[in-house]
Ligand binder design. Structure first.
Ligand code: ATP
Length: 189
């Protein structure tokens, strides 16, 4: 079964992420999308990064009503810092019947060649890239295992959502209602 992996800090998850995940389910042969939540990096202090368990819980709440979406905490227990290629190998071992591909915005392509295991990621797994305004998606386009999609992309970010909260304004419609309530209940951001 083709399974798309969407990596991120999801601090918090927002409708921009969910729109992309559902686009992949509807318009590609991906049958499930898994959100791989990045762990806290013990060597970096982030005052704006919510605890990994809170971020995981929010992803769980956001995907709870969709059986094709799943929240993954696999990187919490792998060695840190997390390398995507290690995570992919672990997932492949744990789920040998699945075919994993990475879902990413074209904003991530610029630095991709510097990633550990870059060639392996492309040849053994593959990339589904969605176009993000202002970011070139051409240079990998010709490669086998890389496909570029013109998905509807909402111009919002988790950073923006945190800023809205900081300004005591409402984040209604930017995140699922359950996530909004979770943030309030746990006084995040
Ligand atoms: P932050 O503002 O804190 O950097 P973010 O909203 O960019 O967060 P991440 O958790 O870093 O979210 O993102 C995970 C993945 O989702 C990344 O590949 C990122 O490029 C992508 N992404 C972020 N926002 C959007 C959006 N509005 N539409 C589509 N993809 C997005």
């Amino acid at each position: 079964m083709k399974t798309g992996l969407f990596f991120g800090s999801f601090n918090p998850i927002h409708v921009g992420h969910l729109i992309i995940a559902n686009y992949m389910l509807q318009f590609t042969e991906v049958e499930e999308v898994w959100f791989v939540v990045s762990p806290q990096n013990p060597f970096k202090i982030h005052d704006t990064l919510a605890d990994e368990n809170h971020r995981l819980n929010m992803v769980r709440l956001a995907v709870a009503d969709n059986p094709a979406l799943k929240a993954l905490d696999i990187e919490f227990s792998l060695s840190k810092p997390s390398f995507t290629i290690h995570t992919l190998h672990h997932l492949k071992e744990e789920y040998p019947e699945r075919e994993f591909i990475l879902i990413m915005g074209s904003d991530n392509l610029a630095g991709l060649h510097k990633w550990k295991g870059f060639e392996e990621i492309i040849t053994q797994y593959g990339l589904f890239v969605y176009h993000r305004e202002g970011f070139d998606n051409q240079y990998l386009k010709a490669r086998e295992n890389v496909r570029v999609f013109d998905a509807p992309v909402l111009n919002i970010s988790a950073t923006f959502i945190r800023e809205v909260l900081q300004a005591n304004k409402s984040i209604r419609y930017l995140v699922p209602e359950e996530v909004e309530n979770y943030i309030k209940e746990n006084k995040l951001y």
